[in-house]
Write a protein that binds this ligand. Structure first.
Ligand code: NAP
Length: 340
């Protein structure tokens, strides 16, 4: 009998690569989807091994009974589902806070009741970024947490939701004796398996197409989607993994990113870049040493960027379509947009 695991939000960018990896390693996978019949999820059943080893379950993260049915019989769960909105958030409670925080609690409760042995929860470096007390210049590690009040005061609702959701997951684990690991990826780029452009890919597309507003020259922390999938499986499979894992192997400034891309692809419009202040003051580097010590070997940033662009080119995503605006996802506005 193959080991059986559940992946929530299975049709999304990160989850699709994770499911592909799990199937290739001989796992039987239960994937939860809000709408298994939506054509945007059709890629999943076309993955190698899906016919034999992938089962789709209809479940919103706010639906206890549906989550319990999906988790039943699984020894492990990967909780990936969480809204990553590209549009400006109008109602933070319903759009991000409740699905992220209550959704995490619901899946953990389902895991406890179904005797799941290990749970990996996908958090984000958003749950670390906003910490004014962190020593300037010191690489941020797993002991660094975003200040939820600062996130809320600045209306950084996604960051607030990811911070509270991760805190809630680790508190739940402690109180209820559930083996929970959290993983915090930075901005994820790389080719897509799903047909819909996800929010982080939209940021790189904005850079290439030369969106209307300039970006700040700042540090970008980037991880490859395939390396995130590897990291999630690694922390799941290693019996010695514990607590939180930062998943942010590389960084580059906006200016260096533009130079690197223009070397290979000189003909795109490219976004304008405005000089910023002290780069360290904007974002201090992250350390992924804990994950590397577990055996994580992420690829080079250049490979991630070039593979992403090759994918966009193949799919015709970079073609300029009349009347189609190129937007900077609102999620990235606070850190990335330059003052005009
Ligand atoms: N991409 C990044 O740069 C990045 C960086 C750090 C962390 N992360 C984290 O990685 C995870 C996956 O993100 P992604 O980039 O793969 O985004 P994505 O492609 O938008 O996937 C998000 C998934 O969450 C599901 N979801 C949202 N609300 C839900 C709800 N109420 N019930 C059930 N499912 C729900 C979505 O399902 P529908 O298709 O039904 O909407 C979708 O499958 C998230 O936890 C995100 O916070 C992403």
């Amino acid at each position: 009998m193959p080991p059986r695991v559940c992946v929530t939000g299975g049709g999304g960018y990160v989850a699709s690569w994770l499911i592909k990896l799990l199937l290739s390693r001989g796992y039987a996978v239960h994937a939860t989807l809000r709408d298994p019949c939506d054509p945007k999820n059709a890629h999943l059943m076309r993955l190698d091994g899906a016919a034999a080893n992938l089962r789709l379950f209809k479940a919103d993260v706010l639906d206890h009974a549906a989550l319990a049915a999906a988790v039943a019989g699984c020894e492990g769960v990967f909780h990936v589902a969480s809204p990553v909105p590209a549009d400006k958030i109008v109602n933070p409670e319903t759009e991000v806070m409740i699905p992220a925080v209550k959704g995490t609690l619901n899946i953990l409760q389902a895991c406890s009741s179904m005797k799941v042995q290990k749970v990996v929860v996908v958090s984000s470096t958003s749950a670390l970024h906003f910490n004014p007390n962190w020593p300037k210049g010191k690489p941020k590690d797993e002991s660094c947490w975003s200040d939820r009040k600062i996130c809320i005061d600045h209306e950084l609702w996604y960051c607030a939701a990811k911070t509270v959701a991760e805190e809630t997951a680790l508190e739940y684990a402690e109180k209820n004796g559930l083996n929970v690991i959290t993983a915090c990826p930075c901005i994820v780029f790389g080719p897509q398996l799903q047909p819909i452009v996800n929010t982080s890919s939209e940021l790189l597309i904005y850079v290439l197409k030369g969106g209307p507003n300039a970006l700040k020259d700042m540090l970008w922390h980037v991880v490859d989607v395939r390396d995130v999938a590897d990291a999630l499986l690694l922390v799941y499979e290693k019996p010695e993994s514990f607590g939180r894992y930062l998943c942010a192997p590389d960084y580059i400034t906006t200016r260096a990113l533009l130079e690197l891309l223009k070397k290979t692809y000189p003909d795109y419009n490219y976004v304008r870049c405005k000089a910023g202040g002290d780069l360290n003051a904007i974002i201090t580097p992250f350390s992924s040493e804990k994950l590397r010590n577990l055996g994580w070997k992420p690829r080079e940033l250049e490979e991630t960027l070039l593979d992403s662009i090759e994918y966009y080119r193949e799919m015709g995503i970079l073609q300029n379509v009349e009347a189609q605006t190129c937007r900077l996802p609102d999620l990235f506005r606070h850190l990335h947009a330059a003052e005009e």
